[in-house]
Every structure is written in C-alpha cells, then in structure tokens.
Design a protein. Structure first.
Length: 239
C-alpha cells in the first residue's frame, strides 16, 4: 500500500511500498525468523546486537505476553500512520497505547514521512527497522521516535540514535526515504515510552555520539560470533 502523502507538510513525499521493500535487491527481511539477508548473506539485527553485548536487556527472558504486546503496539501505530488501521481489531490495552502515540503526534504537530520498513547496511553488516521518521507541519524539522510499550531503558538511546540513525542516513544517501542526509543529521532523536497518558519523550543529547558506540557494539558482537560457541560468555582455550 502506498504511504499517504501529507500535502501540507514541508518536503513531504510518499515512501516506497512497505511490503515491497521487504524483498528488494538491497535485502530481504524474514518476519517469521526476524532475519535480514543481502545477496544470501545474513546481516545481524540491531536489537540482536545490542542484546548480545548487554546494552539492551534480553527480551527472550520476558513473558511472551509483554513481547507480543510490544509487537502489537508497534503494528497498530504503523498501520495508523499509514492510514489503514482497523481500530475494531484492537484490544483495549493496545488501543490505550495507540491513543497515547496519537496524543504525542498531535501535541507536537508531527506527520509521518517514513514508517517501519526494514533498512539494510550491507557495508557494515547490519540491518533493522526504525519505527518512523516524522516531520513538523510548520517548521519541517524531523523527529525520529522509538516507540516503547513498556518502560524506558538507557540502551534505547543507542538503538535509536546509534543504529537507526546510521540506517536512515544510509537510506537517505540511496534515495530510499523522502528526506536528506542534512535533515537527518539535524533531526531530533528520542525514545517515547507509552506508559503515561501524556507520553514524556526521552530526547537523545548529542546524537552524534551514538553511532560510534553502536559500531563498537557491532565489533564486539562480530568477535563473539566468530570466537565463542552458542551460550558461552567467555573464551576458554583448550589446554
């Protein structure tokens, strides 16, 4: 489905079809296994990387109810932003968090120009799915939010301003998203927990500091994949 254009938003445009982008020459995203590949080579995911090095908590140990709720909230917000949400399909708990996201958008006068599509950085070997890129109706300034159905964790800052910033910048260089590199470099990056009636976003101070931190995490994770067996936490050389 084409992304709805906001004609009154400065610099707005349509984004590529959400489903089509899941299987382009640039990469393939398998939603069932949550894996990313480019030309048959698997790329590590953002959450996978940050969890492996301890920057994010391991959500595999969370009750599946909370993981499923997070997935449902993200899907509902994405469909709402694309103008194709069937609100009758929502449970009360999902609807409450969706309405909080709407309140965040309305209070800040923001409209979407990009919504939850897989992005691939084959050169650096990782991929991920940023939640959205939003544009202020009046000023045209960009905001990159990271929705959270639960509580805030400081590792979320690395996720949105480190990993997703790198992916979005690469996509802008390749003309995959309707904004420029300069706009993304000056954008506001923030984590948006949807746990309060009026969401209080956590802004990223000095977002330029976070891509090097994510690249360091990526390097550590690659080393672990190359040198440690599954389940190991340290290297134990044979005598």
């Amino acid at each position: 489905m084409p992304f709805p254009a906001e004609n009154d938003a400065p610099g707005s445009s349509t984004t590529p079809d959400r489903e089509a982008l899941k299987g382009t020459a640039r990469g393939i995203f398998d939603a069932d296994t949550h894996t990313f590949t480019v030309d048959g080579r698997r790329l590590v995911g953002v959450t996978e990387t940050l969890t492996a090095v301890g920057i994010l908590p391991d959500y595999e140990f969370f009750d599946t109810y909370y993981r499923d709720r997070g997935t449902a909230v993200h899907e509902a917000i994405a469909l709402h932003l694309m103008g194709c949400l069937d609100e009758k399909s929502l449970t009360d708990e999902i609807a409450v968090r969706l309405n909080r996201a709407r309140r965040y958008l309305d209070l800040r006068d923001l409209v979407p120009i990009f919504v939850e599509q897989p992005l691939f950085n084959a050169a650096e070997g990782f991929a991920g799915i940023p939640d959205a890129v939003l544009r202020h109706r009046v000023t045209g300034a960009l905001v990159v939010p990271d929705w959270k159905s639960g509580t805030y964790h400081p590792g979320h800052l690395v996720q949105v301003a480190g990993a997703y910033r790198l992916l979005l910048l690469q996509a802008a260089r390749e003309d995959l998203i309707p904004c420029t590199v300069d706009e993304l470099l000056s954008a506001r990056y923030e984590v948006v927990p949807l746990t309060a009636e009026i969401p209080r976003a956590v802004p990223v101070e000095r977002p330029e500091d976070y891509p090097p931190l994510f690249r360091a995490a990526l390097g550590v994770y690659r080393w672990r994949l190359a040198n440690l067996s599954a389940g190991e936490t340290s290297w134990n050389p044979s005598p």
